[in-house]
Design a protein around this ligand. Structure first.
Ligand code: MG
Length: 525
């Protein structure tokens, strides 16, 4: 018999170690008293984790975040049955740095995954001495798999691939799917050409299984089915073996060029972006069905969010930041505030939270829930367990905003403290072009603000109306505090060696026929 009650299952760490968690134990005893006949004991096995990560998805893109024509029934189901965040942040307005932070719990400045993003021929990648979520869980016997867009480096002999960063298995495109010629990318039906140019002069986009190229060029129209089959098979196998698992699924959707395979093409009224999002949502549905069928759903935390804001330069084909200002490439809210949902039936109570949280917090939270040891490094994330399970305040009071090209010279572009956000620098971005807001496109050049541009994000989430000290002298003390927090944070920030500035070598581009000639056209298998 199944019970779907919001009775917290004590994380294994608390089952074995109550130090510092007395109040949580008291909460738990109270809930047990209320549900005495429906007692759910301490979990014998640690929880499973499914981390779903969309690409270039805006705050306003999901049905459950108010988009009128997106079709996201499964994400909406997660939101309805889970905790939906309104103030959740990634750490960078572009892909690679954001992913580095998600997997390490550290700002990208520490790991060196900046400036910009990695390319197929990049010499660098997420440094191997960084500890990923997968590496945190491996000592506990977790099965770990990554599917989809890695974008944390390939390197010589695949030295930066997921299989070198704690993942047992990997299936996916190791970077963005526009990092190769688009000529093989067609919509369904296959004779309909979708797009113009992507990156020309490089190898076609490969599909990798672990460290081997399985297909080059990848069959885009069949890709989502391959991911879905891989994900559901991975879960079923782990459950059969009675092994806890961590599935990381960073999707290539909804990055440019947006498209969908036969199962989702033309299915939404929103066009290509809507179809791409719906295709990802369908796989999420397949994953949920597998979790339900295998009986793992009640012992699994599903977490959904995205790497950075919408690429507004694609106009109606790009994403939507909803009420937030600008999008990808900028440190305005639209570039870095993302939809986020935590779903764990019977453990996380359905609702909406306005607490500040970040991708940085996922690693410490997973470590806490599983009972894993934290890496012995400076972490920027905080444990969200109390927020997720006990509806308590977040331990996070601040969020730091680095631009796409962080530097010690400029430091933070913006800082959020409580409800207030101060911009020390602002700049538009190519990725955020085409909007009527003059602050967003690349023509809005770097501008320093002293005193900083200050916004009350509760009253003005669109960052349209800066607060003026002349009108509000009471804000002086707040500004001083923000400056102090910034100073303290920057004093302790140690910039890692830039991985992107290591440069590129065309010989590093993944080729299924490495000795062939002439490249890149001969890399075709
Ligand atoms: Mg992205």
């Amino acid at each position: 018999m199944e019970f779907h009650l919001a009775v917290p299952r004590l994380p294994p760490a608390l089952c074995s170690n109550t130090k510092g968690g007395l109040h949580r134990i008291m909460d738990y005893i109270f809930l047990l008293y209320l549900n005495v006949f429906l007692f759910r004991s301490c979990s014998a096995s640690p929880p499973n984790f499914v981390l779903l990560f969309a690409d270039d998805l805006g705050f306003g893109d999901l049905g459950c975040y108010g988009h009128p024509s997106s079709l996201t029934p499964n994400l909406d189901r997660l939101a309805a049955g889970g905790l939906r965040f309104t103030d959740f942040y990634c750490t960078s307005p572009v892909c690679s740095p954001s992913r580095a932070s998600l997997l390490t719990g550290r700002y990208q400045t520490r790991s060196g995954v900046y400036p910009g993003v990695l390319y197929p021929s990049s010499k660098g990648g997420l440094p191997l001495n960084e500890t990923t979520i997968a590496e945190v869980l491996k000592p506990l016997g977790y099965a770990t798999a990554a599917i989809g867009k890695w974008h944390l480096g390939v390197g010589a002999n695949g030295k930066y691939l997921p299989t070198r960063q704690g993942f047992d298995e990997y299936l996916g495109i190791p970077y963005s799917h526009d990092m190769g010629p688009c000529y093989n990318l067609t919509c369904f039906p296959p004779d309909v050409k979708c797009f113009g140019l992507c990156d020309v002069g490089t190898v076609t986009v490969p599909l990798m299984h672990n460290e081997i190229i399985k297909q080059q060029p990848v069959n885009f129209l069949d890709l989502e089915r391959a991911y879905s089959d891989f994900a559901t098979s991975f879960i079923s196998t782990a459950v059969k073996k009675n092994q806890p698992f961590f599935l990381y699924y960073p999707s290539h959707h909804t990055h440019y060029p947006q498209y969908a395979g036969p199962g989702a093409a033309w299915r939404t009224s929103r066009g290509k972006f809507g179809d791409a999002l719906f295709e990802f949502d369908t796989t999420i549905g397949n994953i949920m069905t597998t979790l339900e069928k295998t009986g793992a759903i009640n012992n699994t935390l599903i977490f959904f969010t995205a790497d950075n804001g919408p690429e507004l330069m694609r106009m109606s084909r790009g994403g939507n930041a909803g009420p937030l200002k600008c999008g990808k490439g900028t440190t305005y809210e639209g570039g870095m505030r993302e939809p986020a949902i935590a779903f764990w039936p019977g453990t996380i109570k359905p609702g909406v939270t306005h607490e500040i949280a970040s991708t940085l917090d996922i690693l410490p939270t997973i470590a806490s829930l599983s009972g894993a040891k934290l890496p012995q490094v400076v972490l920027d994330g905080v444990d969200m367990t109390d927020l997720l399970i006990y509806q308590q305040k977040s331990k996070r009071e601040t969020m730091m905003f680095y631009p796409t090209d962080p530097s010690e010279m400029y430091g933070l572009f913006a800082l959020r403290l409580g409800n207030y956000k101060a911009h020390f620098y602002t700049r538009g971005a190519t990725h955020s072009g085409t909007t009527p807001d003059q602050a967003c496109p690349v023509f809005a050049v770097l501008k320093a603000h002293d005193p900083p541009l200050l916004f009350d994000l509760e009253a003005d989430p669109s960052e349209n109306y800066p607060l003026l000290l002349a009108d509000r002298p009471d804000l002086q003390a707040l500004l001083e505090r923000i400056k102090k927090v910034k100073e303290q944070f920057e004093a302790l920030m140690v910039f890692g060696e830039s991985q992107m500035l290591k440069g590129e070598d065309p010989n590093l581009e993944p080729c299924c026929n490495p000795q062939c000639n002439p490249k890149p056209s001969c890399c075709h298998c």
